[in-house]
Ligand binder design. Structure first.
Ligand code: GFB
Length: 383
C-alpha cells in the first residue's frame, strides 16, 4: 500500500514539473525589444505603442525589463517588468510574457544562439560599418547582456513602420517577415512612436501596479495623509528639465506636450511657463484647486524641489493640514502610484512622467489639470 502511494506521488510530481516547465510556443511569433530610450516616462510611452504593435501583428509581446540608470553605476540596470506591474491584466488585451520567462523557456528552442537577428529601421553607427550594432553603447549592451544575447545578423526593416492601426501595416510586416522564417522580431529600440500615439493612450488601463508598489503607496497615504481628500502635484524642476525647457519655444510638440496641446497643436504651442511653471503659477493654481474641491492635504512628487515650506505657508488659511513629499528618499514608481490615487492632480504637460499619472487617472475617471494650461475641458474630451 505504502509503496503504491510513493509511486503515485512520484508520478504526480513528474507530471506537475512538466506542466510548469512547458510553455506553449505561439505559432504567430514574438516581438522582443530594448526600451533603450529615456527614463521611466519615456519607456512607458514606448511600451504602450509596442503593445499595440504586437497586437496589430498578432505576435506575443515579450515584456522587457525597465531600464534604469543609477547614480555611480556605469551601466544601466534592468528591472524585471513585473517588479512594477502585474502581467495578468495585460493578458486581457493581448498575449504577453516576461523577458525572463521567454529567455528561459522559449529562446533556447525558437531563438537559439546563431539565429539571432537584430531589427533596426536603418544602420546604426557602431563597431560594424553596416549593421544595427544593437549592443553598442549604454543601455544597448547592458540590456542584451542581462540575457546573454549576442546578435548574429542585422535586418533593416525601413521603410516599414509601426502604425498597426492600419491593416496594411500588419500585412506588410507579415509579407516581409513571415513567422515561418522570423519567429522572433527583436528590435534594437521600441517599435513605437514617441510620444505615444493618440490611439494607444487608452491601453494604459491594462497597466496595473504590482502588489508591492500598491501597498507601499497605500501605506504612505495612510501614515502621512490619513483619510483627508488630497491634491497630488508633480513638480518637474531638476536641472535637466530646466535645460530642456530653454528650448521650449523651438519645440512646439516637446516630449509629452500633445497630451494637452493636441497632436497637431490644436490647443497651442509649448511655452516656457507650460514647461517650467513659475512658483507664482504653482501656488496660485494649487490654492484655486484646493479651495474649489475642498481638499484637506497636498502631496508633492518631484525630482528636485518640493517647495514644501512655500506651499505650507500659502495654504495656511485654507485649513490644509498636510503638505507632504517622499523626496529625497523617493521611489518614482511609488510617487506615481500615489499621484494615481489623489482626488485631484496637477501635472506638467510636457513631462512623460506626468503623462503616466494623467493616463492612469483618465483610465480611472479621476480629474486632472496641467500647470499654466487653461483648456482643461476641451483636453479632457479630446483624449
Ligand atoms: O520619466 P521621465 O522619462 O520623464 O524621466 P520626463 C524623468 C525621471 O526623473 C523619472 C525622475 O523617470 C524619475 O526617475 N523624476 C521625475 C521623478 N519626476 C519625479 C518625481 O516626481 N518623483 C521621483 N521620485 N522621480 C524627460 C526624459 O523626462 O526629460 C528625457 O525622459 C529627457 O529623456 C528630458 O531627459 C529632459 O519626460 O519628465
Amino acid at each position: 500500500m505504502m509503496e503504491r502511494l510513493v509511486w503515485l506521488l512520484l508520478f504526480l510530481s513528474v507530471i506537475f514539473s512538466q506542466a510548469v516547465n512547458t510553455v506553449d510556443v505561439d505559432p504567430n511569433g514574438y516581438v522582443v525589444y530594448c526600451p533603450c530610450m529615456g527614463r521611466f516616462g519615456n519607456q512607458a510611452d514606448h511600451f504602450l505603442g509596442s503593445l499595440s504593435f504586437a497586437h496589430g501583428l498578432n505576435r506575443t509581446l515579450v515584456l522587457p525589463p525597465w531600464v534604469e540608470y543609477r547614480t555611480g553605476e556605469r551601466n544601466s540596470v534592468q528591472v524585471p517588468f513585473d517588479t512594477y506591474f502585474q502581467v495578468a491584466p495585460l493578458q486581457d488585451y493581448h498575449r504577453v510574457m516576461t523577458m525572463e520567462n521567454f529567455m528561459k523557456e522559449l529562446a533556447p528552442v525558437i531563438w537559439p544562439p546563431g539565429k539571432r537577428t537584430a531589427f533596426c529601421y536603418m544602420a546604426r553607427p557602431g563597431s560594424t560599418s553596416e549593421g544595427c550594432n544593437a549592443k553598442d553603447g549604454n543601455p544597448f549592451g547592458p540590456f542584451w547582456n542581462t540575457f546573454k544575447v549576442d546578435f548574429d545578423s542585422s535586418e533593416f526593416y525601413g521603410p516599414l513602420y509601426y502604425d498597426s492601426h492600419r491593416t496594411s501595416t500588419a500585412k506588410a510586416w507579415h509579407k516581409k517577415y513571415p513567422v515561418s522564417r522570423y519567429p522572433v522580431l527583436a528590435f534594437t529600440g521600441a517599435p513605437a512612436s514617441f510620444p505615444v500615439n493618440k490611439e494607444d493612450v487608452y491601453l494604459h488601463k491594462y497597466l496595473k501596479w504590482s502588489k508591492g508598489i500598491q501597498s507601499k503607496a497605500d501605506e504612505f497615504i495612510k501614515k502621512n495623509i490619513g483619510t483627508d481628500s488630497f491634491l497630488g502635484i508633480h513638480l518637474r524642476n531638476g536641472v535637466d528639465w530646466s535645460n530642456a525647457c530653454n528650448h521650449a519655444s523651438d519645440s512646439p510638440r516637446l516630449f509629452a506636450a500633445p497630451q494637452c496641446l493636441g497632436y497637431n497643436n490644436e490647443y497651442g504651442k509649448v511655452t516656457k511657463e507650460l514647461c517650467f511653471p513659475s512658483e507664482k503659477t504653482i501656488i496660485s493654481q494649487v490654492k484655486k484647486v484646493v479651495k474649489k474641491h475642498k481638499l484637506g492635504a497636498v502631496f508633492v512628487a518631484t525630482d528636485n524641489d518640493p517647495m514644501v515650506q512655500k506651499l505650507k505657508k500659502s495654504l495656511e488659511k485654507l485649513k490644509v493640514k498636510t503638505v507632504v513629499t517622499t523626496h529625497p528618499s523617493d521611489s518614482p514608481h511609488m510617487d506615481l502610484a500615489i499621484l494615481g490615487k489623489a482626488d485631484f492632480f496637477i501635472g506638467n504637460c510636457v513631462s512623460t512622467f506626468s503623462a503616466f499619472a494623467k493616463r492612469e487617472r483618465d483610465a480611472k475617471g479621476l480629474p486632472s489639470a496641467f500647470w499654466a494650461f487653461k483648456e482643461q475641458k476641451v483636453q479632457h474630451e479630446e483624449l
